[in-house]
Design a protein around this ligand. Structure first.
Ligand code: KIV
Length: 278
């Protein structure tokens, strides 16, 4: 495996040449599927808080869970660039704590970089992490870890002031050394401007067709999380219904004694069977 393919620099090379495709993954199987399908990178997203752990938002998930998921993804997709998502409160307390936790994603989770939500307020922290040799993916627009402050998860950048703030923050993130900027739920005209203004790639989720790359949550793509279906998601499979149908058929087979059949069973030899109760 070329080490370059596992470096975030490989994404910068793709800007203007090919669309970068990312997906989230949280376990061995979702990672293996992503690697075999050939995505450009995997994000071990803090969306695991909802789609894997069943919480209603991303606040409860912590470093320990994120590391368990990162390790599983690294085993399932050893040949793909993997980015760990820094969970709420893993980087806000101090620069030292942020560098330490980012380092844990590399050292224990075997990731190749980390993602941090936020703009101006996290620049110093990001500078510290990149100085430690850890690549950072920026994340602006809708930043769920700031949803209490922002008053929800509404599209950001629709008014002139916020749009200008987002353009400024994207440029500041580039200056401070992030390898790409993730734009979540911003108007497509704005993400076009940001994409044109930056030398590094933009990765969009709900940011329209003009970004350098796209990312979606694994469970949304395969239809395994039907509770919430945002406008920007395209679902390629009715995963929940299909999995449920398989379980319904299994229950029916068991109840009707159609499963297990002879071919699913182990046998004793005639000899042992004959003498067993003697
Ligand atoms: O955790 C997540 O799934 C994300 C998305 C923006 C991709 O951060």
């Amino acid at each position: 495996m070329s080490l370059f393919k596992l470096s975030p620099k490989s994404l910068i090379e793709k800007k203007g040449k090919e669309i970068i495709v990312g997906i989230t993954a949280y376990d061995y199987i979702s990672a293996k599927l992503a690697e075999e399908a050939g995505v450009d990178f995997i994000l071990i997203g803090d969306s695991a808080s909802m789609v894997v752990l069943g919480y209603e938002d991303t606040f409860p998930i912590g470093m320990e869970e994120m590391l368990v998921f990162s390790k599983a993804v690294s085993r399932g997709a050893p040949n793909i660039l993997r980015i760990g998502d820094m969970p709420f409160l893993s980087y806000q307390i101090s620069k030292k704590q942020a560098i330490y936790n980012a380092g844990r994603f590399i050292k224990e989770g075997r990731c190749h970089g980390v993602k941090i939500e936020g703009g101006e307020e996290v620049l110093e922290i990001i500078a510290g992490i990149t100085k430690a040799g850890i690549p950072v993916l920026g994340h602006i627009g809708v930043t769920p870890q700031r949803s209490i402050e922002l008053g929800g998860l509404k599209v950001r950048g629709k008014d002139r002031e916020t749009a200008q703030k987002l353009i400024k923050e994207a440029k500041l993130l580039e200056e401070v050394g992030v390898f790409a900027v993730l734009l979540e739920c911003v108007p497509s005209e704005l993400s076009k401007i940001i994409t044109e203004e930056l030398k590094i790639p933009t990765i969009g989720i709900g940011a329209g067709p003009h970004t350098d790359g796209q990312i979606l949550v694994f469970h949304d793509i395969v239809g395994l999380f039907p509770e919430i279906r945002p406008k920007f998601v395209k679902t390629y499979l009715k995963g929940f219904e299909l999995f449920k149908e398989a379980i319904l058929n299994y229950i029916k087979d068991c109840k009707e004694k159609a499963f297990p059949e002879e071919r699913h069973s182990f046998k004793l030899s005639e000899e042992i069977l004959k003498n067993l109760l003697k």
